[in-house]
Design a protein around this ligand. Structure first.
Ligand code: FMN
Length: 693
């Protein structure tokens, strides 16, 4: 092999939500450092690769979706290798390695990876590196990181075998036997993973065995041996002292355990006038007990004096969990000063530009109040915060790891173990027991505790004096640094407050509440204008309010003209988490809802490979596509409205892309014009979103 030509290998990925893709891209980016050239393609780009003629090592990174199905962009590939007409030596020339992503919370763990692997073997392909089965349920990184670490040696080994035996490439000895141990069993044992020592070696059959090692508190080479570039230490700029004396927060808070407090358009610290403490009058679990997600409906007794419109949202202000606050007080060494007043001022010598005492901390608050209501103690520490923590850490190894996590070289570890895991400062302090930061550091680095916005899921025409909303209980899974999973702060708090299913007798305490802030996420003021609602999961909440209002209007004005109403709803299982099923079907019967289009992403389907708009749509965007004629007619010809509510990252993005495609096809315009049309709809406030995430 001429030394100026870098050896090449191929990376192919199949990815539904981007994780497999980003791992594949990461490998491609690193290739050069290893003196290799990577040809990266998605499995759907079948004009970019040709496995029939490929002699270079091929690395597959594939996830599984649905109920054990291939990602959309791997479907065609999987179908093509399943063809019965292929002979047993079809891929005799092929050397491959495979990383399968999956989640053990699903029945068919890594099914797509396993299907591809089995078929490649049946067709004569040779495995040159043990397959990794990474489990998103416990953290992909537990398998992905060590797998990636061993991959380079395996590729190079295979390439050098090929180079030394170019005359008989097909005679290459398989680097791994079919029985070779793989990483699957290790992926199920998080404890093993966290404690084993870092090492990558060759096993008996030449199989690179990978011992798993890196974790939040431990690094492996090369990071553990690198020189680090750490950020500059941010100088402290606040002086904080604790004094015995009167505190004033009880002016506007009472015990959080019995009432929900919510506030509107809050600017600055919450105060007596912006908060409304109201009782819960009803709590209902909307999902079946065995559903993966728990969705709850809460009804608040807001008294007759408050007006709101369907589509309005409001903020729930919830405190940090008392147990976490207590633990933090202990870690800071202030457990006996919880009721002391916190005095905060700027350091006289501070050179920090624009330094101010954080405006979200009211004067004369107690330390307990500060940690309970003012600071987001579960926020993910930024690198500057980690850098500052180094200065307060006694143990050398812990200091080094904190330095790594905030360094340029440790960026991937920070992303994996801190950012993506959603680790809070308390979890970090548990993992680094010799770290004892002063209170001031927390006040300087922790952001304000934010209220959580929710959409009203009721109309006050239907439920006078009541405000309903719906939420799913958020779960943060266990990870390195968090031995057990935990619930989201606000949804966990609400969950604890209500004991789902119980009806609480309420005593109305709110008075003189203002109307909610004006919002444009409201049904069209002219009832003859048609509208489309897209709200999968708890995104359906505001549309229940829309439709309750519409039903009421229809009853009161039977002769008026009403535009068509369409609702696109989606969930996992028809029998598990179909929220408001009866109420929605009732809207259809009464005529308030003209069309109800529902799809179930995880129910078994007749046509197993149908994932798009064909016979059985899986997601709302597929259903929109299926009804594109009507949707575009309502939007573009009848000047109708389109509302989207729910998850921003995936659903709203996918819906937006689908709309663009629909506009392109229906109006026969190019991408740019389709974008302009959508932007125009947004500007006219006919394409409205209430999205989160
Ligand atoms: C809707 C959905 C369905 C899934 N179904 C499965 C499954 O049946 N089996 C499995 O092992 N993993 C399943 N997973 C987990 C994914 O394979 C895993 O999260 C993976 O890391 C996603 O990678 P990707 O972003 O490249 O698609 C599913 C994930 C989602 C979001």
């Amino acid at each position: 092999m001429p030394c100026d030509v870098k050896p090449r290998f191929v990376i192919l990925y199949g990815s539904q939500k981007g994780q497999a893709q980003s791992i594949a891209e990461g490998i491609a980016e690193e290739a050069e450092e290893h003196g290799l050239v990577a040809d990266l393609s998605c499995l759907s780009q079948n004009d970019m690769y040709n496995l029939e003629k490929e002699h270079a090592p091929v690395v597959f990174i594939v996830s599984t979706t649905g109920e054990g199905e291939p990602p959309d962009n791997a479907l065609r590939f999987v179908r093509s290798i399943k063809k019965k007409t292929l002979s047993n030596d079809h891929y005799k020339h092929l050397s491959y390695a495979l990383l399968a992503l999956g989640d053990t919370n699903y029945a068919n763990f890594c099914n797509c990876g396993k299907t591809i692997e089995n078929r490649l073997k049946q067709l004569g392909a040779k495995q040159f590196y043990a397959t990794g089965y990474a489990d998103d349920g416990i953290g992909l990184e537990l398998v992905v990181d060590p797998w990636l670490e061993g991959l380079w040696a395996a590729i190079k080994g295979t390439l050098s075998n090929m180079a030394s035996d170019t005359s008989a490439a097909s005679d290459l000895r398989p680097a791994i036997s079919a029985e070779s141990p793989d990483l699957a069993s290790q992926s199920h044992n998080a404890a093993n993973v966290a404690t084993s020592a870092p090492n990558t070696q060759k096993g008996d059959a030449g199989v690179p065995h990978v011992e798993l090692a890196a974790s939040l508190t431990r690094s492996v080479p090369p990071l553990s041996e690198s020189t680090l570039n750490v950020p500059v230490l941010p100088p402290p700029y606040l002086d904080i002292s604790l004094q015995e004396g009167d505190t004033s927060e009880q002016l506007y808070y009472t015990t959080p355990s019995v009432s929900i407090m919510f506030l509107f358009q809050m600017t600055g610290p919450p105060n007596k006038d912006s908060l409304h403490e109201v009782p819960i009058s009803k709590a209902v679990q909307l999902t079946r007990g065995d559903s993966v997600k728990t969705a709850l409906l809460l009804e608040l007794d807001i008294s007759v004096s408050m007006a709101y419109q369907p589509g309005d949202s409001f903020d729930v202000f919830c405190p940090n969990r008392p147990a976490e606050v207590d633990e933090l007080l202990c870690r800071l060494g202030h457990q006996n000063q919880r009721n002391h007043q916190v005095i905060i001022s700027l350091r006289k010598d501070t050179k920090k530009k624009g330094a101010v005492v954080p405006p979200h901390i009211p004067e004369k608050v107690s330390l307990l109040f500060l940690l309970s209501w003012c600071l987001e103690i579960r926020s993910v520490p930024k690198k500057a915060f980690l850098r500052a923590l180094v200065e307060h850490t006694a143990d050398g190894a812990q200091r080094r790891r904190l330095q790594e996590l905030c360094s340029k070289q440790g960026a991937a570890d920070y992303n994996l173990y801190v950012r993506d895991a959603g680790l809070g400062v308390l979890e970090l302090l548990r993992a680094f027991p010799s770290c004892s930061p002063p209170l001031g550091l927390l006040v300087e680095h922790l952001p304000r505790l934010q209220p959580r916005p929710y959409s009203a899921a009721s109309s006050c025409l239907r439920h006078p004096g009541k405000l309903r909303f719906v939420f799913s209980v958020v779960n943060f899974p266990a990870c390195s640094g968090r031995p057990a999973g935990r619930r989201g702060l606000c949804t966990g708090w609400l969950f604890d407050l209500i004991n789902p299913g119980l009806v609480f007798p309420g005593k109305a305490e709110s008075s003189g509440c203002p109307a909610l802030p004006s919002s444009s996420f409201r049904p069209p003021s002219d009832p003859s204008v048609p509208f489309i609602m897209v709200g999968p999961g708890t995104g359906v909440a505001p549309f229940i309010g829309f439709l309750q209002q519409r039903e009421n209007e229809r009853q009161n004005n039977p002769k008026a003209a009403f535009g068509e109403t369409w609702l696109f709803f989606g969930c996992r299982h028809k029998d598990g988490d179909y929220l408001f099923r009866e109420e929605l079907e009732g809207f259809v019967s009464s005529g308030a809802l003209s069309q109800l289009k529902v799809c179930f992403s995880r129910d078994p389907r007749e046509d197993e490979e149908s994932v798009t708009s064909a016979a059985q749509p899986r997601y709302v965007q597929h259903n929109l596509l299926l009804h594109r004629r009507h949707v575009t007619d309502i939007l573009l010809r009848q000047n109708g409205y389109l509302y989207v509510c729910g998850d921003a990252k995936n659903m709203a993005k996918d819906v937006n892309e689908t709309l663009m495609e629909m506009i392109k096809t229906e109006l026969e315009v190019d991408q740019l014009d389709a974008m302009k049309t959508l932007a125009g709809l947004r500007e006219e406030k006919r394409y409205l979103q209430d999205i989160w995430g």
